[in-house]
Ligand binder design. Structure first.
Ligand code: NAP
Length: 279
C-alpha cells in the first residue's frame, strides 16, 4: 500500500482534505514540554495537530504555531467541545474562546468530545451552525458508537465527517470501522499506540524485528494501511522523529492479519456508553 509521508491526506465527506497523520497533544500542558514537543513535531514535518478544550493547551499550541511562522493554510487544526461546554449556547461561546486561545479565525475540524445524553442534539446543532457560517471547515464527533450515530442521523442536517475513536491493536473496533465506511465517515484513531500498553507485545516485537523497525512504528503503519487517521502523542524528541519514520516500509498482508488478531476489546479510556449516560 503506497504511503508517501506526512503530506498524505484523506478526503472527508465534504471534500476537505485532512492529513492522515497528525500529532496529538493530550497531556502536553506545560510550556516547557509543549515547546520541546510541538517544535520537534513541526521540525519533523507535522502540520496537523489534535487538541481539545479539555487538554487546557489550546493557548500554548496557538502561540507555538504562531511563532513557527508556518502559513495558516499549511496547518490542519482540530479541537473538541468539552463535556462542560456541551449544549447550544455553551458550545458557541466556548468555541469562540477556543479560537481566541488558538489565535485562529477559522478552524479545520471541530469535534464533540463525547456523546452526551442530555445535550445530544443541541451540541450538534451548534456545530452545524458554525459549519454553515464557515467558521469550521468540517465537523465531527468522538467516541460515538453506531447507535449514537444512528440517533444523530435522525436530526442532523450535516453528516459527521470524522469519528475519533480509541483504536489500537488491543481494541480494533472493526464493526464500528465498517459502519463508518458504509456511512462515509473517516475513522480517526485516538491512542493509536494504546498509550504505550501494546508496545511490549511479543507478536508485535517479532513483526517489528522483521522490518528492522520499532513496535510503535509497526503499529502506526498498521493503522495507515487500513486508512485510519492517526494522531500519536509523545513528548520525547527521539520518539517524535521515530513515529514519522514509517514511510519506507509496508507490512505484508500476513503481518496485517497477525496484528488484527491481537484484538481483545481492551480499552485504555472510558467506555463511551458509560460516559454518555452521565453527561
Ligand atoms: P498514544 O499516542 O497512543 O500513546 C502515547 C504514549 O506512548 C505516551 O506515553 C508516549 O510517551 C508513548 N510513545 C509515543 N511514541 C512512542 C514510541 N515511539 N515508543 C515508545 N513509546 C512511545 O496515546 P494518547 O496520547 O492517549 O493518544 C494520542 C492522541 O489522541 C492524544 O494526544 C489526543 O490528541 C487524542 N485523544 C483523544 C481522545 C478522545 O476522547 N477524543 C482521547 C485520548 C486521546 P512519551 O510522551 O513519554 O514519549
Amino acid at each position: 500500500m503506497k504511503k508517501r509521508g506526512l503530506q498524505d491526506k484523506v478526503k472527508l465527506n465534504n471534500g476537505v482534505l485532512m492529513p492522515q497523520h497528525g500529532f496529538g497533544v493530550y497531556k502536553i500542558d506545560n510550556q516547557i514540554d509543549a515547546g520541546i514537543a510541538i517544535n520537534k513535531a513541526l521540525e519533523v514535518g507535522y502540520r496537523a495537530f489534535d487538541t481539545a478544550q479539555l487538554y487546557h493547551n489550546e493557548g500554548i499550541l496557538g502561540s507555538l504555531l504562531q511563532q513557527s511562522g508556518i502559513a495558516r493554510d499549511e496547518l490542519f487544526i482540530t479541537t473538541k467541545i468539552g463535556d462542560d461546554n456541551q449544549g447550544y449556547e455553551a458550545t458557541l461561546s466556548s468555541f469562540e474562546q477556543s479560537m481566541k486561545a488558538l489565535k485562529l479565525d477559522s478552524l479545520d475540524l471541530l469535534l464533540v468530545h463525547w456523546p452526551s445524553q442530555q445535550h445530544f442534539f443541541d451540541t450538534w446543532r451548534a456545530l452545524e451552525r458554525l459549519y454553515k457560517e464557515m467558521r469550521v471547515r468540517a465537523i465531527g464527533v468522538c467516541n460515538f458508537n453506531a447507535s449514537h450515530l444512528d440517533r444523530l442521523a435522525n436530526m442532523a442536517t450535516v453528516v459527521p465527517a470524522v469519528n475519533q475513536i480509541e483504536c489500537h491493536p488491543y481494541l480494533t473496533q472493526y464493526p464500528l470501522k465498517d459502519y463508518l465506511k458504509q456511512h462515509n465517515m473517516i475513522a480517526e484513531a485516538w491512542s493509536p499506540l494504546g498509550r504505550g500498553i501494546v508496545l511490549d507485545d511479543p507478536v508485535l516485537k517479532t513483526i517489528a524485528d522483521n522490518y528492522h523497525k520499532s513496535t510503535a512504528q509497526v503499529v502506526l503503519r498498521w493503522h495507515l494501511q487500513q486508512d485510519r487517521v492517526i494522531i500519536p502523542k509523545s513528548v520525547t524528541p527521539s520518539r517524535i522523529a521515530e513515529n514519522v519514520d514509517i514511510y519506507d516500509f509496508a507490512l505484508s498482508d500476513e503481518h496485517m492479519t497477525m496484528i488484527d488478531g491481537l484484538n481483545r476489546d481492551y480499552r485504555t479510556g472510558h467506555n463511551p456508553e458509560d460516559v454518555y449516560l452521565k453527561i
